[in-house]
Ligand binder design. Structure first.
Ligand code: ZN
Ligand code: ZN
Length: 289
């Protein structure tokens, strides 16, 4: 009468029996297929911040989990978020007192969160005055080799990477045309120690320092207009990265020869030509090529 006791117990699938013998291969394959990015952030806070500032900062970080949203789906960009005070009794924290561990479904989601998503960008601006130092590490679980993710700016056509001589500072700059404009002014000659500098004027937001911001120094002088010019350079190797003139605040002047591929760009214009050294005009002939 009863059908309950008569059903046979199911046979375990063979994969369960195998999983004990081949865990490493299975795990590696699974992990390399996953697009999930774990974004690890550690903060060292300034000594003089108030408890209420810290609490507000912490609460707004935690709120990103629901407020930082995907531009298409409207779903939260952050798949998971864990955060708290460092409680390790080992002395390896380098002064980082709090850690945040976030998961994103893909590198694209993380890129959007870091560069574009307005709630997170506002959070970053508010947090900056509180933070003395930070560490950021992004991992794909189980992936041990390969190049770092490309900076999202480099996906924009015309954007190039720039580096100083010691590679301590890295930046991206978007050029409408891959060409140099030569400046023969006496300031460029004095600052650079050469007969002219190679430049292009671009909108301020199209230059991004992507690494080594803390190593960028500034030298200010009064330009011919009477307004200040700020020259930004690497404090270690002195490479001149760009300058900014108060007279055109929305623009920056980037040193085009420091960009990747700069050596292949043609020179198509010049300014302050009256300062051009006599032998610069003949250099091509005098070098015999
Ligand atoms: Zn440098
Ligand atoms: Zn100049």
């Amino acid at each position: 009468m009863s059908s309950v006791s008569s059903s046979p117990s199911p046979t375990p699938p063979s994969s369960i029996a195998l999983s004990g013998t081949l865990p490493t291969i299975d795990t590696v394959l699974l992990n390399t297929m996953s697009e999930t990015i774990t974004h690890i952030v550690l903060f060292k806070y300034k000594n003089d911040i108030s408890w209420s500032d810290f609490e507000a900062h912490f609460a707004s970080f935690m709120a990103l989990k629901t407020k930082s949203l995907h531009p298409v789906t409207g779903a939260p960009l952050i798949k998971s978020l864990k955060a708290g005070k460092n409680r390790s009794w080992e002395s390896f924290n380098k002064g980082m007192t709090h850690g945040f561990v976030l998961e994103f479904a893909s590198q694209e989601d993380l890129d959007y969160y870091l560069t574009t998503e307005s709630v997170h960008l506002q959070f970053s601006r508010d947090a900056k005055p509180l933070i003395e130092d930070s560490v950021v590490v992004d991992i794909k679980d189980g992936v041990l080799f390969g190049a770092p993710a490309e900076h999202p700016n480099l996906k924009v056509p015309g954007t190039r990477k720039g580096t100083c001589h010691c590679q301590g500072v890295k930046w991206t700059a978007k050029l409408d045309k891959a060409e140099h404009v030569l400046c023969h002014c006496s300031t460029c000659q004095k600052l650079g120690g050469g007969p002219y500098s190679c430049n292009q004027i671009i909108p301020r937001e199209e230059l991004s320092i992507v690494a080594g911001q803390e190593n960028v120094g500034v030298y200010k002088y009064k330009g011919a207009s009477g307004k200040f010019v700020s020259c930004y350079f690497c404090k270690t190797c002195t490479s001149h990265i760009y300058h900014h003139q108060d007279v055109m605040p929305e623009k920056v002047i980037v040193r085009t020869l420091l960009l990747d591929g700069g050596e292949k760009m043609p020179a198509t214009g010049e300014i302050f030509a009256e300062g051009k050294l006599g032998w610069v005009q003949e250099i091509k002939n005098s070098l015999g090529n």
